[in-house]
Design a protein around this ligand. Structure first.
Ligand code: FES
Length: 166
């Protein structure tokens, strides 16, 4: 009973790492089209999903995210040729590591959302938010220190500010 109430009251914090060319533009389209979707997602944009270091995801979980979304251009549409395909391969391997350190893989989602797919962005964000809400807060990973895994690139002012606000 107590647990049910906790989940009912729980508002998940979700971090979305998106490429600026497709998914960010799709999210922007959803906003300008006045489509409604949960406000639980904090969006961080990158030039390409190929630029998103898996350690960013670890860091997001460590800093308090309950779920993480990575989304970019559809296969064949990447503005840097094959960055999204490299990212897909990298994250497929990375999922094994997350599983190893105890992160429920249902807390991490990958998707393709184009600049024209504002509706799909709404669908992805809504489904992920509901899934994470049903799972409850992410507690398992927050106490782990991964500073030694950090690359200096993660200390950019933009990322630091975003993480500090999670
Ligand atoms: S530019 Fe969007 S995934 Fe590469």
């Amino acid at each position: 009973m107590h647990e049910t109430k906790e989940k009912h009251d729980f508002e998940p914090k979700i971090v979305a790492f998106v490429c600026t060319w497709c998914t960010y533009a799709g999210a922007d389209l959803a906003g300008t089209s006045r489509l409604h979707y949960p406000s639980n997602v904090r969006v961080l944009k990158f030039p390409c999903t190929g630029r998103i270091d898996p350690v960013f995801i670890l860091r997001a979980f460590q800093r308090g995210a309950d779920g993480v979304l990575v989304s970019g251009c559809h296969p064949g549409d990447c503005h840097y040729m094959a960055g999204n395909l490299h990212a897909r391969r990298r994250f497929a391997a990375f999922r094994g590591l997350l599983d190893f350190v105890g992160v429920d893989l249902n807390r991490l989602q990958f998707s393709w959302v184009s600049a024209a797919e504002g509706g799909k962005w709404v669908e992805v964000v809504t489904d992920l938010t509901e899934r994470i809400r049903a799972m409850g807060p992410m507690e398992e990973f927050k106490a782990l220190e991964t500073e030694e895994c950090w690359s200096g690139e993660l200390n950019s002012p933009e990322l630091q500010e975003a993480y500090n606000n999670i």
